[in-house]
Write a protein that binds this ligand. Structure first.
Ligand code: ADP
Length: 301
């Protein structure tokens, strides 16, 4: 799980982050803690950030983005992380998005703790008093002047992130003025996966579809694979039937015509035969007559 805790100084981000670490077994990445550690260790980053932090101003974006990039690459952050105090500007949010995208990672949620300014001032005064009572070193920026600057910086540079993450559909908010346990419970609810809606029971298929209508929820057969195959088979058989019909239509007149033709030719042949016969008989008669006349003439001679 990868989360961002958003909220003004004193909103309780650190306290809630600790609880989320225990619950989800992920790491808390607080840029404030990392920068304070760098200041203490007097690293180049620490030396650069020291005075800026003491004044209650924001450390340059490239410095904090560099710190976060290194930290996210550590093996303990692989399972997930809670970002506390980062991003604090839109430019930092964009840089974070890019470096997560490079790793193929995405944020799961951005949780904002909403607290009124006057309550914040009281909380920080209490924190300072408690630390002093325990004999602990008080933060260099936990004084009235720096605190005012930190709040101003929050409203001017960090508050626009609510809108930025709302547009991305990641933003969730809860009342940070409730008790610590109530806020923990509210965050728990915000992180619960959305309960999937109960599936409606499958609709009964209409026994008989109205003419010209297909039953609701069914694709027309021609769109599905099976439908396409079925329609191909239907096309083939229709083609077959058409060619059979053609044959039948062609064959019948052919036979009829040939019969008619043969009848005609038989008639004609008969007529021809008769004509030949009668011609022959005339010829025979003539030759007979001729031979009779010849015989008579010879007798006379
Ligand atoms: P708080 O939330 O109480 O203001 P933090 O511990 O988060 O305190 O931060 C302390 C200081 O560290 C800030 O006032 C600022 O100077 C510096 N800092 C921490 N995180 C960032 C950041 N993301 N960008 C710029 N400066 C930061």
């Amino acid at each position: 799980m990868r989360l961002i805790l958003l909220g003004p100084p004193g909103a309780g981000k650190g306290t809630q982050a600790q609880r989320l670490v225990e619950k989800h077994g992920i790491v808390q990445l607080s840029t404030g803690d990392m920068l304070r550690a760098a200041v203490k260790a007097e690293t180049p980053v620490g030396l650069r950030a020291k005075d800026i932090m003491a004044r209650g101003e924001l450390v340059p974006d490239d410095v904090v983005v560099g710190i976060i990039e290194e930290r996210i690459a550590q093996p303990d952050a692989r399972k997930g992380f809670i970002l506390d105090g980062f991003p604090r500007t839109v430019a930092q949010a964009e840089a974070l998005e890019k470096l997560l995208a490079k790793k193929g990672l995405k944020l799961d949620a951005v949780i904002e703790l909403e607290v009124d300014d006057d309550i914040l001032l009281k909380r920080i005064e209490n924190r300072v008093a408690e630390m002093k009572a325990r004999g602990e070193a008080v933060r260099a920026d936990d004084n009235a002047e720096s605190l005012k600057k930190r709040l101003d910086a929050y409203h001017a540079q960090t508050a626009p992130l609510s809108h930025y993450y709302r547009k991305k559909g990641l933003h969730k908010a809860t009342d940070g003025m409730a008790s610590i346990d109530e806020v923990t419970a509210a965050i728990g609810n915000l992180l619960k996966p959305a309960v999937p809606r109960k599936k409606a029971p499958p609709r009964k298929r209409a026994a008989r579809a109205a003419p010209g209508r297909r039953p609701a929820g069914r694709k027309p057969a021609s769109r599905s694979g099976a439908g396409r195959a079925a329609s191909k088979t239907a096309q083939k058989s229709a083609k077959k039937a058409r060619s059979g019909l053609k044959k039948a239509v062609k064959v019948r007149p052919k036979k009829a015509v040939s019969k008619a033709r043969s009848a005609k030719s038989a008639k004609a042949a008969g007529a021809r035969h008769k004509a030949v016969k009668s011609r022959n008989s005339t010829r025979n008669r003539a030759s007979k007559a001729r031979s009779g006349r010849d015989r008579r003439l010879t007798k006379r001679r």
